[in-house]
Design a protein around this ligand. Structure first.
Ligand SMILES: Cc1ncc(COP(=O)(O)O)c(C=O)c1O
Length: 370
């Protein structure tokens, strides 16, 4: 049997006619950059995220970067985040002119350890970016408490957490802004590149709308220096259609995760993901932890099970960030996790036969590797 890590074709085949018709409408109305299809998606996505506003953008990195700019973060400032994330979280901070400052993650949820937050705050700290890694919301109550005590804004990196929940609140709706990526492999994926910010602040919405469109207050009148970070019309049209299937897809992922948990929960040498109280996980990634991860991955590949690694090198140890001066040992939990994470196949259309096969093969390979 061959089990792919991801199968986008399986998600798009049943929607093909609807997607093609929507693409046709965009062509017929020439609504290519921004426009009514993007506006309709923004309204739908804001409602889905239980937020007042959504602003459609070119990608998730834009969402993080423009959130920082709209909140006034700039040169000389520090922004606290975690090293267990995709590089974009830190890149956005760097491109705002600020310095990323990392704190370690919790060993069980793999998200920001709120107990370490206050100690990392300095007079230069201007914002905090928790990352909802793999689809589980970080522990937002204590993070927001510390942030509010110090008058700091919070930007949620919800790029992997469309539809996740924290004590009944939607991912992205808890901080000052919530940032989403619609990269094709995400739980809500575009037919290309796209992203969005959600917010309950009319002022931040307006600033980000301006920043995404060259800082224009009206056509050819530029109030600030912005950028071109608009969402294109094809993506707005496609995302409107795909959003209608997101909740069902997330529920399927949770069901697959439950079965993986049953199959692997008692296997010696395998650590399964933990879901903290009050949280609804959306399993963008189902990552287990194993010793000898690289050889386990190779052996599984030879038996038809395609896995991934998210991410092999934590951000503080990436060559791109050598100048920050961190070393191995700076963030022991993030480093241990990066050595051990193994992402199993996860997408809504996985069949139960595929899940049973993956579960069996993982138990066998981990057993053999001892
Ligand atoms: C945690 C995280 N942050 C930011 C991003 C950046 O999003 P994009 O690739 O759409 O720019 C991603 C997506 O890959 C991500 O997973």
């Amino acid at each position: 049997m061959h089990v792919p890590f991801l199968n986008l074709r399986a998600a798009h085949d049943p929607l093909r006619a609807e997607l093609l018709a929507a693409i046709g409408e965009v062509i017929d109305t020439s609504a290519f950059a921004g426009g009514p299809f993007v506006a309709k998606f923004e309204a739908d996505f804001a409602a889905f995220c239980k937020s007042e506003h959504a602003v459609g953008l070119g990608n998730g990195t834009d969402a993080l970067w423009l959130s920082l700019l709209a909140l006034g973060v700039g040169p000389g400032d520090e922004v606290i985040t975690v090293p267990s994330t995709f590089l974009a979280t830190a890149e956005a901070i760097t491109y705002a002119g600020a310095k990323p400052v990392f704190i370690d993650i919790e060993e069980d949820t793999y998200t920001m350890d709120a107990a370490l937050l206050e100690k990392a705050i300095t007079p230069r700290t201007k914002a905090i970016i928790p990352v909802h890694l793999f689809g589980q919301v970080a522990d937002m109550d204590p993070i927001m408490q510390v942030a509010r005590k110090h008058g700091l804004p919070v930007i949620e990196d919800a790029c992997q957490a469309h539809g996740a929940e924290y004590n009944g609140r939607a991912a992205g709706s808890i901080g000052d802004t919530g940032c989403f990526s619609f990269y094709p492999g995400k739980n809500l994926g575009a037919l290309g590149e796209a992203g969005a910010v959600v917010t309950n602040s009319a002022e931040l919405k307006q600033k980000i709308q301006m920043l995404r469109d060259h800082g224009q207050s009206r056509k050819y009148y530029h109030a600030v220096v912005g950028w071109n970070a608009r969402m294109d019309g094809f993506q707005g049209a496609a995302l409107q259609i795909k959003l209608k299937h997101l909740a069902k897809g997330n529920a399927a992922r949770r069901e697959h995760a439950r079965r993986y948990d049953e199959l692997l929960g008692n296997v010696e040498g395998v650590v399964i993901p933990q879901v903290a109280r009050g949280r609804v996980h959306v399993y963008h990634i189902y990552a287990i932890r194993v010793q000898g991860r690289d050889s386990v991955l190779q052996t599984l590949a030879s038996r038809g099970v395609s896995c991934g690694i998210h991410y092999p090198v934590p951000v503080h140890l990436q060559e791109a960030y050598r100048s920050l001066g961190y070393a191995r040992g700076s963030f022991p939990v993030a480093e241990r996790c990066a050595d051990e994470f193994l992402s199993l196949p996860m997408f809504p259309e996985l069949t139960s036969e595929q899940i049973e096969y993956v579960g069996r093969e993982v138990s066998k390979v981990v057993g053999e590797s001892k």
